[in-house]
Write a new protein. Structure first.
Length: 728
């Protein structure tokens, strides 16, 4: 066997060396899809003698692209810098840079991120004197991006009402503004590339002739435009190797279409998908649970994960009374894991909604356990970094209005909002950039702007003799940013450290074209910022949404909030399609765990100030009972318990803690004739209602009552002299 393929199992080897046209590979979680992709690229180049420029590999994150290049370099001795491996956006950018004229773009066009796109939309709304409460910038941003993902321009849309007419007009003005200022948003990168290839047959044929083999990672996450884009480049003669998992398609809210997998098989006339089902990550218990849950989905191509690992311990299920109990249990278990020498970075707490993180953060902090909320601000998204990048963008392109507005009065130069509004009016009147419009001002206003424009002109001149790290350092110093943050006592140390880190970061940057090093770095910075997978800097428990966990793995996973209405989310319960996506999300969550999996739910949860109860998640009930160790023993698994919650759902004051119980008349009641004392918080058992916990105790005259929360039933008020209850 060729050394490239020594560590591949039979199915992986079959996929990596497939030589009969296009192929769809269904790669289950933890089945080694990256190994297959990189092994195939190495096989194409070293065995099939395909040129490195004739292979195009498309990923969804920069992290995945870098990992792929790293692994290829380990397999075969080639310079990976010249390979076409990158995200959809990075590949599109590379094509547009090479054909900016044909694409209708200026040579030094700049990419704007989501926040800058929204700022531009806000200004357009203001220019049209529209009410932001009725014409919400974020909604219009989503509308524009959706239309672009469908391949639709503003002039192709027909309004169906007064409101949609304004939306389309804003889309039109947004396009005009971007074109005038040489700006391109993320979705535009793909749409502009698609249009370039579709309407310029010369360029299309060039790339169709060049890319003989196209490989696509995470194919289930492609949207309509990305799929059309790939079909164009592939043409009728090239081979497309698509790797994905329909059971992990969880991004429909971003436009991902799992149906692209079936379309691919039809359009590219592929045989039945090749299945990678052997899992190298999780125990057999965890895999059996994942298979059992996902088997309830009807719209799937079908596969079954398995492993050679022996069956390990059962999945632990813990049902808490409140979200506070839930967090306390998790943190307590983490402390136990730490005593067993489990690294904190090997532990993750996964939740359906970001709002769930607060209580876990609080308990982890109180117990002195290091944690990290995954998906926080990326380095290039930090305010001080964006300021530096804006200066650099303006130096490169004086037509960049977004960059101009970000730094024209930062640090402060005495240029107020009124002056900027007047400048914008002049720019709009003469149809010129804001920078150019400063020439048409007069008096003190012009003097204030001249101080800024002269600074930019001076920077343009001076950086000609500087390398990239020197340029960054120069701009930080000359712009006054360093002095500003040194004088700003609030968070100044962290911001200054970030500015220093930026200089360090660019030192390791390698441009394909040294003559355009600064322009390439600016594009690199924006593309890096779209990946929400921040590097883990120190050992810490990882807190994240299930969506954010995709592609990651941990020895121990705590999957919390498993209640119907929370996970699956209440918004998904309306249609089978939405429910099946939630089930895929559950499948992703389960398969993040390598060794230990804890499933948790709170019997009651405070939501929008009201404490409500919900049945245990239907997804838990889809896991075979023999795979579960029910720690709390509160519910029977296999059916939904909360058949009638009306009584409990009306309660918004549930508490079992005596110090928080404001309405109880007493903290304990002694029944002398029964020789028993009940206290708030006591666990009890009732012949009819089962196990419960005392929430309140009341003593009025001779009547002694207790409010008790019973699992699977709700809250009941019982007369202690009559009811047959025993302390547990």
């Amino acid at each position: 066997m060729n050394p490239i393929h020594t560590n591949l199992n039979p199915e992986q080897l079959k996929a990596a060396t497939y030589d009969d046209g296009s192929l769809l590979v269904l790669a289950g979680a933890g089945s080694g899809k990256t190994k297959v992709l990189t092994s195939r690229i190495a096989w194409l180049i070293s065995i099939k003698q395909i040129g490195i420029s004739e292979v195009l590999a498309v990923t969804f994150t920069n992290k995945a692209a870098k990992e792929m290049l790293h692994r290829i370099s380990k397999l075969i001795p080639i310079d990976t810098r010249y390979m076409w491996v990158g995200t959809f956006h990075a590949i599109a950018l590379r094509i547009l840079r090479a054909h900016s004229d044909e694409a209708g773009l200026i040579k030094n066009f700049q990419i704007i991120d989501s926040s800058e796109q929204q700022s531009l939309i806000k200004r357009i709304i203001k220019q049209k004197n529209l009410d932001e409460d009725k014409y919400v910038p974020r909604d219009i941003q989503n509308f524009i991006n959706y239309q672009k993902e469908q391949g639709t321009r503003a002039n192709q849309l027909t309004p169906d009402g007064f409101r949609s007419q304004y939306w389309i007009e804003i889309y039109q003005l947004y396009e005009e503004s971007c074109n005038a200022n040489g700006l391109v948003d993320f979705t535009e990168l793909l749409l502009r590339t698609y249009e370039l290839l579709k309407f310029n047959t010369t360029i299309l044929h060039r790339y169709q002739h060049q890319f003989k083999h196209i490989l696509v990672d995470e194919f289930q996450d492609t949207n309509k435009l990305q799929y059309l884009w790939l079909k164009l480049i592939a043409g009728n003669q090239n081979c497309v190797f698509a790797v994905g998992d329909d059971d992990q398609s969880i991004y429909s809210f971003r436009g991902a279409q799992v149906s692209n997998m079936r379309s691919f098989m039809r359009d590219f006339k592929t045989p039945e998908p090749l299945l990678l089902e052997q899992n190298y990550r999780s125990t057999s218990t965890i895999l059996e649970a994942a298979n059992a849950v996902i088997s309830n989905n009807s719209e799937r191509l079908g596969k079954n994960l398995w492993t050679n690992q022996s069956k390990a311990e059962k999945i632990s299920l813990y049902e808490s009374y409140t979200e506070e109990d839930e967090a306390y249990f998790v943190v307590d278990e983490i402390r136990s894991l730490m005593r067993d020498d489990v690294e904190l970075s090997d532990i993750a707490i996964l939740y359906r909604s970001n709002a769930q993180s607060r209580v876990f953060e609080q308990h982890l902090y109180n117990r002195g356990i290091a944690y990290k909320v995954y998906g926080g601000l990326r380095f290039f998204d930090r305010l001080e970094i964006k300021r530096v990048l804006a200066y650099l963008r303006l130096i490169v392109n004086l037509e960049d209005n977004e960059a101009f507005l970000r730094v024209v009065n930062f640090p402060a130069r005495g240029i107020g909002p009124r002056s900027i509004e007047n400048l914008q009016a002049v720019a709009e009147e003469h149809n010129i950039s804001l920078f150019k419009a400063t020439e048409k001002l007069s008096g003190k206003t012009k003097a204030s702007f001249d101080k800024f424009t002269n600074l930019i002109f001076s920077m343009q001149e001076d950086i000609r003799v500087l390398n990239l790290p020197e340029i960054i350092s120069y701009v930080i110093e000359t712009s006054g940013l360093r002095e500003h943050f040194e004088n700003d006592k609030k968070e100044s140390e962290e911001r200054l450290e970030n500015l220093n880190e930026l200089i360090t970061a660019v030192s390791g940057f390698q441009a394909e074209d040294p003559q355009n090093e600064l322009i390439e770095f600016l594009s690199h910075a924006v593309l890096e910022s779209v990946d929400n997978q921040a590097p883990i800097e120190e050992p810490a428990v990882q807190l994240m949404t299930v969506h954010a966990s995709k592609g990651l793995e941990f020895k121990v996973v705590f999957l919390v909030g498993l209640e119907d209405g929370l996970f699956p989310h209440e918004n998904s319960l309306d249609t089978q399609k939405n429910l099946e996506e939630e089930r895929r999300l559950m499948y992703v969550a389960i398969t993040r765990a390598k060794e230990k999996l804890f499933l948790l739910r709170a019997c009651s949860r405070l939501i929008w100030g009201k404490r409500i109860s919900a049945p245990i998640s239907r997804f838990v009930n889809e896991i075979p009972t023999e795979l579960i160790n029910n720690i709390s023993g509160l519910s029977k698994i296999g059916y939904n318990q909360f058949t009638n919650n009306d009584d409990f759902n009306q309660s918004n004051d549930y508490s079992y803690s005596s110090k928080d119980n404001l309405s109880a008349k007493t903290s304990h009641i002694e029944l002398k004739d029964k020789d028993i004392t009940f206290k708030i918080g006591d666990m009890v058992k009732h012949a009819k209602f089962g196990s419960g916990k005392i929430l309140k105790l009341n003593s009025e005259n001779d009547k002694l009552t207790a409010e008790i929360f019973f699992i699977g039933v709700g809250k009941k008020t019982l007369d202690l002299n009559i009811a047959k209850i025993d302390k547990v």
